[in-house]
Design a binder for this molecule. Structure first.
Ligand SMILES: C[S@@+](CC[C@H](N)C(=O)[O-])C[C@H]1O[C@@H](n2cnc3c(N)ncnc32)[C@H](O)[C@@H]1O
Length: 495
């Protein structure tokens, strides 16, 4: 960590200590300069979320590892309480949503600079975000898949509309010109989208100092090497387990490992699994597909058990079945979801027999060998058709990511003749749109550098989408091959 950054972190942790934030189970006030050190340390994890929290000691599943008292939570309400002018101004705009109010409140605090009570905390926020709303035209097109392109266009349109609606209030508050700009709004709404936590009294949630340093792991990934320590034993049955209160036990069983607790008026964080000293301690913000992670948090996971690939179906498939369209998807392992499988099975039944097959299909049964083969062939062919019409293959995307990684390392592109033509044209379009090459010299502005980050995310997203479709083709082919060999062996036995 660079010196000014380290100093700013140090003063932030001191500020947090004074507000009663603590990673120690003891509620007595400490003389320490840092609220961390008992259970957690701040550490940089370049491959897994950047700045995050590491275990300062071996931690047991279910242990309380961080407490953030209510007075340290930044909410619209707490910001209004300390700023009468802001509170009066907001009341004149009842149509603004709670997220818009929190965004304006955040910009209003930034406007105060060092005189804001929250200044040490605000200095810890990232300077910009790479969520879908921040994607420009080029990066949006790089997603390649219509659904993702629409989601990104919708996110950036929504951000712009919300900014427009809030500008009158921001002018009334006399914010500095740079804080009135869309760029500042994107920063505020990106902060809210990627850093707030749920509280029961405000839909916009709260900003939770130190608690928002936890990076994400998808729910369902709770096991680790350290889990071996308790292999075969339920953690709650261990006599020497440090789990004490009922709250801690209850928390260990929950999906969400953090929440606001009325009885202690604090946001409490519990370890979702055992951690060895030095491991990164992670939090599950919820169950998200990669597109949702990109939309709300600006990152995605190469191994995401909750990822889904949606494909366009025949129009009568939607009308014929009673499933909501968001249930019709291909899972990350390439298998169709239960609803998609039943929809395709039903569609593969001749139209005049469908009515009598509905019950069987919805109970998850295969109808017949022929029906299964028709359904699997349709699904495999659909995936192949989608993949064939896309401008690049998954393999190309992998190559392009490697080229961009290399470029970011050595600031030079490999010889263009070594780059496959479809990638070279995307690369040229990028260089042109960001004015990267001028008179044969490659000069990257900070804008172009940030754009590369978003472009890489778009490429990675479409690469992972294509991988799911490729896995689906493999799965369908295996099912068909199995059926054919079963049928051949039955026929062989009959002869
Ligand atoms: C609540 S903050 C977590 C702390 C953050 N790393 C920081 O420095 O403030 C959420 C942000 O952290 C990053 N992040 C969290 N988990 C991640 C992961 N598993 N992989 C990549 N980035 C992650 C994303 O930028 C996300 O928007």
């Amino acid at each position: 960590m660079e010196e000014p950054e380290a100093m700013s972190l140090k003063s932030f942790l001191k500020w947090a200590t004074e507000l009663g934030i603590s990673d120690s189970p003891s509620t007595s006030t400490t003389q320490s300069d840092s609220c961390l050190g008992h259970s957690l340390f701040v550490f940089n994890f370049p491959e897994a979320g950047g700045r995050g929290l590491e275990a300062a000691r071996d931690i047991w599943k279910g242990e309380l590892i961080l407490r953030v008292p209510e007075r340290a939570l930044m909410t619209s309400q707490s910001l209004m309480m300390n700023d009468e002018a802001f509170s009066i101004a907001v009341k004149k705009h009842p149509s603004l949503s709670s997220a818009q109010i929190l965004a304006v409140a955040l910009l209003n605090e930034v406007n105060k600079g060092k005189s804001s009570r929250w200044w040490p905390y605000l200095k810890q926020f990232p300077r910009s975000y790479v969520t879908l709303a921040d994607f420009g035209k080029f990066e949006i097109q790089a997603l390649q898949i219509d659904d993702a392109i629409w989601a990104a266009q919708k996110a950036s349109r929504k951000a712009e509309e919300e900014w427009n609606e809030a500008t009158v209030l921001m002018h009334e508050l006399k914010l500095k010109p740079q804080l009135l700009a869309l760029k500042a709004w994107l920063w505020a709404s990106g902060s809210i989208s990627s850093r707030t936590m749920h509280i029961p009294w405000d839909e916009a949630g709260c900003l939770c100092p130190v608690g928002d340093f936890f990076n994400y792991a998808a729910p369902g990934e709770e096991t680790s090497i350290s889990e071996d320590r308790v292999a075969g034993k339920a953690f709650s049955l261990q006599e020497d387990s440090p789990l004490k209160s009922e709250t801690e036990l209850a928390a260990a069983h929950r999906l969400i490992d953090a929440g606001y607790e009325e009885d202690v008026s604090s946001y409490c964080f519990y370890a979702r699994r055992n951690y060895r000293k030095g491991e990164q301690v992670l939090l599950s913000y919820g169950t998200y597909t990669n597109l949702e992670l990109l939309q709300h948090y600006g990152f995605l996971l190469t191994e995401n058990p909750n990822d889904k690939a949606f494909i366009p179906l025949e129009s009568d498939m939607y009308s014929m079945c009673s499933w909501e369209s968001e249930l019709l998807y291909i899972q990350s392992d390439g298998k169709p979801s239960f609803a998609l499988l039943s929809a395709v099975r039903l569609w593969a039944v001749p139209q005049n027999n469908r009515r009598s097959s509905v019950h069987l299909v919805y109970s998850g049964n295969r109808l017949s060998m022929e029906n299964e083969v028709v359904a699997m062939r349709w699904l495999a062919k659909k995936c192949k058709t989608i993949l064939d019409i896309l401008p690049t293959t998954a393999e190309d995307d992998g190559k392009l990511l490697a080229i961009l990684d290399e470029f970011q390392d050595i600031h030079q592109f490999m010889e263009t003749k070594e780059i496959p033509p479809q990638l070279a044209s995307e690369l040229c379009a990028f260089l042109k749109s960001k004015n990267v090459v001028s008179e044969g010299i490659c000069a990257m502005s900070s804008v172009a550098r940030r754009s590369i980050e978003r472009w890489k995310l778009a490429i990675l997203w479409r690469y992972l989408y294509k991988k799911i479709l490729c896995n689906c083709i493999v799965h369908c082919t295996e099912v068909i091959t199995d059926f054919i060999s079963q049928r051949d062996s039955v026929q062989g036995n009959l002869h």
